[in-house]
Design a protein around this ligand. Sequence first.
Ligand SMILES: CC(=O)CC(=O)O
Length: 207
Amino acid sequence: MTGHAYPPAPWQMHGSMWMSVFKLREDARTATGEPRPAGTYAVGFVSYVEPSPLTYSELLAARYLGDGPRKGFVSITDIWVDSPASVAGGRELWAIPKHLCDFDLESSFRGPLTSTSWQASVERTPIVEASFTDVSRVAPRVPMKGKVWQPGIDDHPDDADIVMAGTARALPCRARWHFASGGPLGFLSGARRVGSFRTKDFRLAFD
Ligand SMILES: CC(=O)CC(=O)O
């Protein structure tokens, strides 16, 4: 157990997400030797803001589970947040293997354009930096849904299913990523980016 209090499920979350989809052609390993199979990975930064029951920043990588028995699901392979309560709730409610890290976020605005840069680091060692340009402020609000499957972990030994459902304003965006070589997401350095989008003002229930 992690010892930090957190809200009960479902979490009614509000915020913004900057995400790119990458194709990893060959099986890889993280810097600590954990396997990361070839496939399609969504990698993104999320800012959860008021009136979410917890507010924090997040970096995650999630692998699409393909056309097998878990068609339509993704599984989060790597995830960091800057909230101990979110680490505890993510791990104990849904087997999401969250760790802590530090974030820097800067945004600027020109007309309909938003430019955003993110950095994430653990104990001052960079994990990744990324920058985005988007016009999602003018996007219409549309339904958004996602399904996540997580294998059990020490804090939640059973496998877990999570459904995210709500609405958001989302449009494709321009993105640039730099994964620190030798860092925990260094295995994505050679992956091919196939698309990016910014999701603004989402309202999502996680259950
Ligand atoms: C339900 C959650 O744990 C949301 C997130 O931080 O990914």
